[in-house]
Design a protein around this ligand. Structure first.
Ligand code: NAG
Length: 537
């Protein structure tokens, strides 16, 4: 009888035994995304949607308006920025679009701009809708995902709720993001965003390495200054609560870093800690959705193929000089191909032509997935490039500011397309570029080959998000994955004390050796003097 009872018990328990320990079903997950860039939100919300599809109850908080396809497991909370910041951000984007970019200017702009952008992040944090989440929580959250935009002090929300935190970043990890988990960044072979990345495994030459090193040093310096600022914000927002850890301690309680990057195909490969999880391409649908009817017909009729032109969500076409838009229109109107043009102001189009379709909202991913799409003309945002690479579509880049020139150079050196300067664009230049990309098969072959590598992974980007998020919840935080580097101070991280100790030991032994030498010489001299005396006597 006892045996049978035991077996029945075992049979009842068996389904539980194969399940991983801990609660992961229908967890409450909080996503905080105070970014000022709609393209960042595309990546973040795609990640949250993967979790919602899995059955978790997802709450997304943003400072920007969000066009979300409704989902029964997603709740959106808006904590809008005040008009002052909205105006600043628009002006910042507009000015950057009008000027020519150099590396020094890009950095200086980033510093000046970041300062305001950081202020806007603080405003988001103390917005009543955000405060309510952690001051009078109606829902018991299990995990927080924080979208990185120089806003580490917002990790205080996770500390206050007593839940693990994951940081999500929308691009290739760079110095600030690497430091969140202790990825060791080696500027001798890992290019930063402002230095062209090189095709294949070719190393950087002296000039590029010098530029890369100086750029990295500058970022490190900015990082120290930013950290002081963020610490002040943390104290202002959470300082009154004695139960909360310090800003530095909160920063050391990050469970994972998600970043939108796939090193195996995008390169360069570099060492990263196990806390860094690649979710490159999470915003790309594995299966395209059907296109809106009008667009679907336009694309189906384009038997010669389609050129898709979009300068992204941050930059409006009207920011650019009218003669450039006119040149672009003339070239497009002459094409035998159809053109889909993302244009915001539908009242004032650059021109009318039967082969051009304008719209202010276009499903970029689904258009790129369409077999008729032959060419993508893009501002070289990370998201658009990733989608075109995923679907194997050659590109013509017209980079404007920020990381776009770097993205474009990288895309060109990989052989996926060409890049032109939008501010000095001419009819001839554009026409030649388009013609080269349509008639030389090399670009399409290169990007197709990449596309195959990009998709070949053990877990898709969405599966990785789900697996690793649930991993963190199963283990109540992934602190065991942390690199010891995170818990060391500057001296220990760089072994300065060990070097000092070895130097001291070397100095002491040299000193002792010198003393010994002097003693021996003295003895010798005394001996000779003695001998001389003996001889004289
Ligand atoms: C899901 O999240 C929303 C928003 O945070 C909340 O109102 C709702 O009660 C949650 N549902 C469950 C079942 O926890």
């Amino acid at each position: 009888m006892r045996m049978v009872g035991g077996n029945v018990l075992l049979m009842l328990l068996a389904p539980l035994l194969v399940l991983p320990v801990g609660r992961v079903n229908g967890a409450n997950i909080l996503g905080m995304f105070s970014t000022f860039s709609p393209s960042h939100l595309i990546v973040h919300t795609a990640m949250m949607r993967a979790l919602a599809d899995r059955g978790h109850n997802v709450t997304i908080v943003t400072s920007l308006q969000l066009k979300l396809v409704p989902h029964e497991n997603i709740t959106h909370i808006l904590a809008p920025l005040s008009e002052q910041y909205v105006a600043f951000i628009n002006e910042y984007m507009e000015n950057s679009a009008k000027e020519k970019h150099s590396m020094a200017m890009t950095f200086l702009k980033a510093i000046a701009g970041t300062s305001q952008l950081i202020d806007s992040q603080y405003e988001f944090l103390v917005h009543p809708n955000v405060r309510a989440l952690h001051e009078q929580p109606q829902v018991k959250f299990d995990l927080m995902i924080l979208g990185f935009v120089f806003n580490d002090y917002q990790l205080g929300v996770a500390a206050k709720l007593g839940i693990p935190a994951i940081i999500s970043w929308v691009g290739v990890p760079f110095s600030f993001v690497d430091d969140e988990v202790g990825n060791i960044y080696d500027p001798s072979y890992v290019p930063n965003a402002n230095v062209a990345q090189h095709k294949g495994l070719r190393a950087m030459g002296f000039g590029l390495r010098l530029r890369n090193y100086l750029g990295w040093l500058l970022l490190k310096g900015i990082g120290v200054a930013l950290d002081i600022r963020m610490n002040n914000y943390y104290i202002r927002a959470f300082g009154k609560d004695p139960a909360l850890p310090s800003y530095q301690d909160v920063k050391r309680r990050v469970s994972l870093l998600f970043y939108n990057y796939h090193s195996h195909s995008e390169g360069p490969v570099r060492p990263t800690v196990p806390q860094s999880i690649e979710i490159g391409g999470v915003q790309i649908k594995e299966q395209p959705d059907p296109l809106p009817k009008e667009l679907a017909e336009f694309m189906a009729n384009a038997t010669e193929g389609v050129i898709f032109f979009s300068l992204g969500t941050n930059v409006k076409g009207s920011y650019f000089k009218p003669h450039i838009m006119e040149a672009i229109f003339k070239v497009f109107a002459r094409q035998p191909l159809h053109v889909i043009w993302k244009w915001d102001d539908l009242q004032h189009k650059p021109g009318q032509a039967a082969n051009i379709y304008y719209h202010n909202w276009l499903p970029q991913d689904d258009i790129l997935a369409h077999p008729h799409t032959k060419l993508f003309i893009t501002h070289a945002g990370k998201g658009g490039i990733a989608e075109a690479q995923y679907h194997g579509v050659p590109m013509l880049a017209l980079p404007v500011f920020g990381d776009q020139p770097g993205n474009a150079e990288h895309m060109v050196s990989a052989g996926f397309g060409l890049s032109l300067d939008l501010l000095t664009l001419t009819e001839d230049g554009l026409e030649q570029g388009i013609s080269e990309l349509l008639h030389n098969p090399a670009y399409r072959q290169n990007v197709r080959k990449f596309s195959q590598l990009y998709r070949d992974r053990p877990l898709t980007a969405r599966q990785s998000v789900v697996y690793w998020t649930e991993y963190v919840m199963r283990h109540n935080g992934a602190y065991h994955l942390q690199s010891p580097w995170l818990h060391m101070n500057f001296v220990a991280r760089h072994n300065l004390d060990v070097y000092a100790c070895l130097l001291l030991a070397l100095a002491v032994s040299m000193f002792v050796f010198l003393l010994f030498l002097r003693f021996v010489l003295r003895q010798l001299r005394r001996l000779t003097r003695l001998k001389d005396k003996v001889k004289k006597n």
